[in-house]
Structure formats: structure tokens, C-alpha cells
Design a protein around this ligand. Structure first.
Ligand code: QAP
Ligand code: CO
Length: 173
């Protein structure tokens, strides 16, 4: 399956993703294709909507202490629901769909999540640290929300100006 990353300001990023109902070969193919594109583009998390599939599927691979992302650390999350959230944390986030921009975003510090794996088995996960932040970022994608939507008016304006300039330079090069 050939996938490409959908980039801001593409309107497809605003679609609301639908629940996965069939845990079939088609879903497995999508997940199997999302993992390498995330790794090869230096990502730590990717939602299916970012590769033009509006379904509630995420892949995550948080780098270990050596900064490595071995395949056994891959986390596939389908149909997530947050059941608990607590605390507050700020982290400089980026997004594969908003290349080259990083901004401080406030998130919950810890979460408890119910989700399904690729075979439809129900799972529970308690997350903190970067995993918790990444899950919240990716779950926002399922609602059509980007991290830049959480910026103050002033910082959003500054982002739009810089991003437009970058797109222009990209076009002319
Ligand atoms: C979401 O983001 C995230 O601009 C995943 O040029 C972000 O993988 C979760 C990336 C922060 C937790 C904390 C961004 C790669 C990757 C770029 C990513 C870029 C190349 C972003
Ligand atoms: Co993102």
C-alpha cells in the first residue's frame, strides 16, 4: 500500500475519523504501511487520517533511552477512548502534517485509555510522559484537530505567516 503524508493546510486533515468495525486484512495492510512511513519520516506517532484514511487508527513508537524505535515497541491503537486524565504538562510538539514547526502545547500529564488492538481485542493502557502526550496529540487528529489549533491568537498568526512563507519557498525551489 502506497501512502503519502497529508500536510496542512489540506482540508482532509479536518475530517472526523470513523470507528473501525472490521479488523480485517485491509486494516492490517493500512497499519503495516503506516509504521514504516512514520519511522522513515522521523515520526513518533501517526494517525490514519494523516495518510488519507479517516478511521480511528493510530501507530506510535516512542524512542527509548538510546533514541531508538525498535519494531517491538510499536503500539497500534484502534478506537481509543480516554477513561481517566490527570495533571498538566507542557511539551514542544511537532507534527508530520505540519513539517518544521514546533510549539509548546499544554496537555494532561497522565491518561488511562481503552482501545482495541489490530485483532479487535480490548485493551487498557496507563500512559504518562511522552507517550501520554503523543496519544493526546494523535487522538486530536481523529477529531480533525491539529496542535496549531491550540495556540494563542498571536502565536497562531505568527505560525500562519511563517508557514505560508515556507510553502512559497518550497514551491519556487
Ligand atoms: C506527535 O509527531 C507528537 O516537523 C508526533 O520536520 C509530537 O512524530 C507527539 C516530525 C510531540 C508527542 C510530542 C515533525 C518529523 C515528527 C516535523 C511527530 C518534521 C519531521 C512529528
Ligand atoms: Co500530528
Amino acid at each position: 500500500m502506497k501512502l503519502t503524508i497529508v500536510e496542512y493546510p489540506d482540508k482532509r486533515l479536518r475530517l472526523k475519523s470513523k470507528n473501525v468495525t472490521n479488523f480485517d486484512a485491509k486494516l492490517h495492510k493500512l497499519l503495516d504501511a503506516m509504521n514504516p512511513i512514520m519511522i522513515n519520516t522521523n515520526g513518533i506517532g501517526l494517525a490514519a487520517i494523516q495518510v488519507n484514511h479517516a478511521v480511528k487508527a493510530l501507530v506510535l513508537n516512542i524512542p527509548d533511552e538510546e533514541g531508538e524505535q525498535p519494531p517491538e515497541n510499536l503500539l497500534e491503537i484502534i478506537n481509543p477512548i480516554v477513561t481517566k486524565r490527570a495533571g498538566e504538562t507542557v511539551y514542544q510538539e511537532g507534527c508530520l502534517s505540519v513539517p518544521k514547526f514546533y510549539e509548546d502545547i499544554k496537555r494532561f500529564e497522565t491518561l488511562t485509555l481503552n482501545y482495541q488492538d489490530r485483532n479487535g481485542n480490548t485493551k487498557t493502557l496507563e500512559a504518562d510522559g511522552l507517550l501520554s502526550i503523543a496519544i493526546q496529540h494523535e487522538m486530536d487528529h481523529l477529531e480533525g484537530i491539529l496542535f496549531i489549533d491550540k495556540l494563542s491568537y498571536g502565536r497562531r498568526k505568527k505560525f500562519e505567516k511563517e508557514y505560508k512563507r515556507m510553502l512559497k519557498e518550497k514551491k519556487s525551489s
